[in-house]
Design a binder for this molecule. Structure first.
Ligand SMILES: [Zn+2]
Length: 425
């Protein structure tokens, strides 16, 4: 395989080391900005600084190491760079000193999993001791599936994600994708969960921070937040067993997966509009308040359902009754299949059915609006750059943009296909 080329992109010359660790000796040379390098592999230094991801390069015929953060590589090429095992004959040590995972045991059958997981590890830390082979295999599967949706896990420092927390995030995303498939079916007649999810939610970063309060802007305590439609941030109190109630609506408690789905669902009201029946483009929360919140709805069987407030909802996870919060709870209930259509109480079943139909119509309109208005990934990048000016704490979105940038299944090709598909009425 041909080496991958990268270009030094930093504020000043970068340090070159003899090995991938921050404790490895400097080679005595440094690389000026703009230098082209041949990259032959990558590794991680779990004990390194915030930029743990390292590239092995060839310099004057010798293998040397640099911090990957300072090397610009084309997204498609980055996937070709192989993981470099530091301890190929001792995989327990490889997990510990290569990825920062304390494992009970590891055999050669895990080598493949280690390489696959290493690709995602520059973005986050893992928590928990004594990982075993089945857990490592599960982790790999979840990370790879999240990547296919255009979702990257992130944590800014040690603490990071436990396996069960990753499972909760994965379950939320996979269930949302399933629900969005149903809406895509009504919007374009297509049944494809990956496409359905990516159409409205990719690129997305899911961040785990090791704090109770994730609000960095004011004194009020937030367990979770959505950073203007591109990053969701979860603190310690998002993860619990069983159900937890909101203070306002204690009779409709939510689970961890439902809270994650609620926070992810804020993406829709942040990023998109929809076209109403009079041809005007309006934000989803305005459409919801005017046409859905408290109205009578006629079911296909002719019965009229009087809908008010949380009628039809299986859970409420919102922090206030702001319209953006109400529409987000409605979207989360609809895409998770948590509207009360399956209730044995006829009034509840009718309300659940009516809400599900209302939300199917709302999401269909959002999907068709997005397909019509989608430009390209550069346009998404420009939107992210504008958000960063106001919100500098927004995570680096590059890994998530890269996840949807390449291959036959790139977002560009998927959106071109949708633009060529007639929207259903
Ligand atoms: Zn919310």
């Amino acid at each position: 395989m041909a080496d991958v080329q990268g270009i030094v992109q930093a504020d000043s010359s970068i340090k070159v080391r003899s090995g991938p660790r921050i404790t490895d000796a400097s080679s005595g040379t440094s690389l000026p900005v703009g230098t082209t390098v041949n990259i032959t592999g990558f590794a991680l230094d779990p004990k390194g600084d915030e930029f743990r991801h390292r590239y092995r390069i060839t310099l004057d015929g010798n293998p040397r190491w640099v911090t990957a953060k300072y090397i610009n590589v084309a997204p498609a090429d980055a996937l070709l760079i192989p993981y470099i095992f530091q301890f190929p004959n001792d995989l327990v040590r490889e997990l510990r000193e290569g990825l920062g995972i304390t494992a009970l045991s590891a055999s050669t059958t895990e080598a493949d999993d280690i390489q696959a997981i290493a690709r995602f590890m520059p973005n986050f830390y893992l928590r928990g001791n004594n990982w075993d082979a089945p857990q490592i295999a599960k982790l790999r599967g979840w990370l790879e599936q999240l990547y296919s949706y255009g979702v990257i896990l992130h944590s800014p420092g040690p603490g990071g994600w436990s396996l069960s927390e990753i499972e909760s995030a994965f379950t939320a995303i996979a269930t949302i994708a399933q629900g969005m498939t149903g809406f895509l079916h009504f919007a374009y007649g297509l049944d494809d969960p990956v496409l359905a999810f990516r159409l409205l939610y990719a690129p997305l970063i899911i961040t785990r921070v090791n704090r109770d309060n994730v609000n960095t802007m004011s004194d009020s305590v937030w367990f979770a937040k959505n950073v203007q439609g591109y990053e969701v941030v979860f603190g310690n109190r998002v993860f619990f067993n069983g159900k937890s109630p909101t203070r306002r609506y204690p009779q409709l408690p939510f689970t961890t997966v439902e809270l994650i789905a609620h926070e992810v669902s804020h993406v829709i009201n942040y990023r998109y509009q929809l076209t109403d029946n009079s041809g005007r483009d309006v934000p989803p929360d305005d459409f919801y308040m005017a046409n859905i919140n408290n109205v009578a709805y006629t079911l296909p069987n002719g019965s009229v359902v009087r809908l008010v407030g949380n009628a039809g909802f299986g859970f409420v996870a919102r922090s206030s009754d702001d319209p953006a919060e109400i529409v987000t709870d409605a979207i989360a209930n609809a895409e998770l299949g948590r509207m009360t259509f399956a209730s044995s109480v006829p009034a509840q079943s009718d309300a659940g059915n009516a809400r599900q139909m209302q939300l199917t119509d709302l999401i269909k309109r959002v999907m068709q609006w997005q397909v019509k208005h989608y430009v390209d990934l550069n346009d998404i990048q420009a939107k992210i750059d504008r958000i960063r000016l106001r919100n500098p704490q927004l995570a680096d979105m590059t890994p998530a943009l890269n996840a949807v940038a390449v291959g036959d299944a790139s977002l560009e090709k998927q959106m071109a296909m949708l633009k060529a598909t007639p929207p259903l009425l």
